[in-house]
Ligand binder design. Structure first.
Ligand code: ASP
Length: 338
């Protein structure tokens, strides 16, 4: 049989060889497509409530987070590493409801949730209700990599963190005036122990990515919801609700009113539709976020990615902080629905 692909294969091998000889330091174009997408929360984000300065701050931080993850992918790193590095940038910023900028629970304490999942083998790690950890996404990763468990919570998670060599931070690390005021407002309006949906603003962070090996990954990190009851756990650390990654389907990270996302198993539901109903990533995301979830009264959104690196941003709120670098290297950052 004539091998029509012979010359093409030769060319490909030469390109690969040249790439290897040049070393990745030359920041050559990736040999296989890579992509990354993130969110920094969804809600009533409208231009009227936004200053040009704040808008610029969000755009700059989303861009920085995207570039951190994309550099790892471009240099041949794993989608898991890219997701964790990207989320770390947002956890370190007071702008988002994760890590440093986490919201307060009804007792005036920051309890953090996070999860991460690997699309190639569905390994997953999560932490819930942890205090004193600056970057819960790394702790979730450690649970996945260094324990036989998927989820650790509260004191047990903290003990595990210490054993793994994590440094802890004092509670004042998480104090931001804006979040404290949000708690005061929420308690004035609703009294203690009533969860208010953060003035309809959810600013959990999350990322999905595809690496050069063709592996998907997803991760999510949050402070939960303002004025949440002590011990309340939302969707973000729940594998299948706030986070899901499976090379056979897709990768998803969610943000929104967690109780509804858990009851809809949002992240898994989207990927199941890609896998079994042959829907595009966009159709599947919209059918859940604009369909099932919305009908139940659940507000929020997702970023999702299929195994080819196609990205979907779907939300049923006025806006969602979001962005991506697609397989062509094109960067996109958006805030409002238009
Ligand atoms: N989904 C998060 C939770 O319910 C909140 C958010 O997205 O900001 O805990």
């Amino acid at each position: 049989m004539v091998d029509h692909n012979g010359p093409k294969r030769l060319l490909l091998s030469l390109c690969l060889l040249a790439h290897l000889l040049a070393g990745n330091a030359m920041s050559a174009e990736p040999v296989a497509p890579v992509a990354i997408a993130i969110h920094g929360g969804a809600g009533t984000i409208v231009r009227d409530n936004m200053t040009a300065d704040l808008e610029a701050q969000f755009e700059a931080k989303l861009t920085e987070a995207l570039r951190a993850g994309h550099a790892i992918l471009r240099d041949g790193g794993s989608s898991l590493d890219a997701v964790a590095a990207t989320i770390e940038v947002m956890e370190n910023s007071p702008l988002f409801n994760a890590g440093k900028g986490a919201v307060f629970n009804a007792e005036g304490v920051n309890e953090l949730d996070a999860s991460i999942m690997n699309g190639s083998d569905r390994q997953a790690g999560a932490v819930a209700g942890v205090r004193g950890i600056a970057n819960p996404i790394h702790l979730a990763r450690a649970v996945m990599d260094h324990s036989p468990h998927v989820m650790l919570m509260g004191e047990g998670a903290l003990e595990f963190a210490r054993a793994q060599g994590f440094n802890t931070v004092e509670s004042d690390y998480f104090y931001t005036e804006r979040r404290w005021q949000q708690l005061q407002d929420a308690q004035k309006q609703a009294g203690q122990f009533t969860v208010l949906p953060n003035d309809q603003l959810f600013s959990t962070v999350g990322a999905v990515a595809l690496d050069q090996q063709g592996n998907l990954a997803a991760g999510t990190s949050t402070g939960g919801m303002t004025n949440k009851r002590f011990g309340r756990v939302g969707d973000s650390p729940i594998i299948g609700a706030g986070t899901w990654a499976d090379n056979a389907g897709c990768a998803v990270s969610a943000t929104g009113h967690g109780e509804f996302f858990i009851r809809t198993a949002v992240a898994h539901e989207i990927c199941a539709q890609v896998r079994y109903r042959d829907m595009t990533i966009e159709e599947a995301s919209d059918s859940v976020v604009q369909g099932t979830l919305k009908r139940m009264g659940g507000t929020g959104g997702v970023v999702a990615m299929d195994p080819e690196g196609n990205i979907a941003y779907s939300f049923n709120t006025a806006g969602m902080y979001r962005g991506g670098i697609d397989v062509n290297g094109e960067i996109y950052v958006g805030i409002y629905s238009d």
